[in-house]
Write a protein that binds this ligand. Structure first.
Ligand code: KIV
Length: 291
């Protein structure tokens, strides 16, 4: 990596600068403003795990999620179960350094919140303190209502995550979308339970279109879909999936670029040029300094 930073400069302005600007710039997204977008302009959300990617996404997104998908995407784990609080804090800090305007939400990893509301508060407050993020996300419906209430009543905004819950993969027998109508009422009940408990938004993952629509209509907080159709108040994708950098392409992913192809091509050209000594060329070479 070059020692000269090529990161885009931070450009956020104070509130008064923003209101006096002819060109409208976005203000920092807050939890109440995010929540107020229910039924309005769709919320744009993406995952990020590094400062540079966060800076790029921050220019467009309403919310950046430091998802525990980082276990698979960044650390090459087979699932998210091995992710630790330390992983989430390290990547959360990086994303916070790169973002300014988007709401930053950090996932609570498997094993850090299920035991009791008190354990959840201890770990969630550590994540908030050490990263500076605004909110946390945790997986679970009715069974997590008590914990969601405990956290949100004590100053930690909670984004819930229902439907397909990757941390439940061992009990579910894999990553399975919810299409069977027999369980729809349970999932709708989960959505209502987390809303009543105080969640400010819900990620709805891997559910049939009609179920997504029913969930969105059943709650007054924004639903953020991933594999949950257009009938949600916003959408989220894993950034690496969206830019074509992760080999697995689930049905719900649309690739907006093919970064893998570009990277393979760049690595191959670099390798050839090192081998035939055409890199480094004159312009990449320091000369003796003359006073
Ligand atoms: O971990 C993650 O990236 C997520 C999204 C898939 C919503 O939870």
């Amino acid at each position: 990596m070059s020692t000269t930073s090529t990161l885009p400069k931070k450009t956020a302005k104070t509130d008064s600068e923003q209101s006096s600007n002819a060109i409208v710039t976005r203000k920092k997204m807050t939890v109440p403003n995010f929540r107020a977008r229910k039924g309005g302009e769709p919320l744009v959300c993406l995952t990020a795990y590094t400062a540079h990617v966060a800076r790029l996404i921050d220019a467009e997104a309403d919310m950046i999620l430091v998802g525990d998908s980082l276990g698979m995407v960044i650390h090459g784990m087979p699932n998210t179960l091995g992710v630790t609080i330390e992983h989430m804090i390290m990547h959360g800090q990086a994303v916070m350094r790169g973002s300014e305007k988007s709401l930053v939400v950090v996932d609570m990893p498997f094993g850090s919140y299920e035991e009791s509301p008190e354990v959840a508060f201890r770990n969630a407050s550590r994540i908030v303190k050490e990263t500076g993020c605004t909110a946390i996300k945790l997986e679970g419906g009715s069974e997590m209502a008590k914990t969601i209430h405990h956290l949100s009543a004590r100053g930690i905004p909670v984004m819930a995550h229902i439907g397909l819950m990757p941390q439940q993969m061992n009990t579910a027998g894999g990553f399975r979308a919810i299409r069977d109508e027999d369980v729809w009422e349970d999932v709708i009940a989960d959505a209502k339970a987390v809303e009543t408990a105080g969640a400010f938004s819900i990620v709805v993952e891997g559910v049939a279109e009609k179920l997504a629509q029913k969930i969105t209509e059943s709650v007054d907080i924004p639903t953020i879909g991933i594999g949950a159709s257009v009938h949600c108040d916003g959408q989220i994708l894993v950034f690496e999936d969206m830019i074509g950098l992760f080999p697995r392409v689930p049905t719900f992913v649309k690739r907006y670029g093919n970064m893998q192809e570009m990277m393979v091509e760049a690595i191959s050209r670099y390798s050839s040029e090192v081998r035939d000594r055409s890199f480094p060329a004159e312009q990449h070479t320091y000369k003796v300094k003359k006073d």
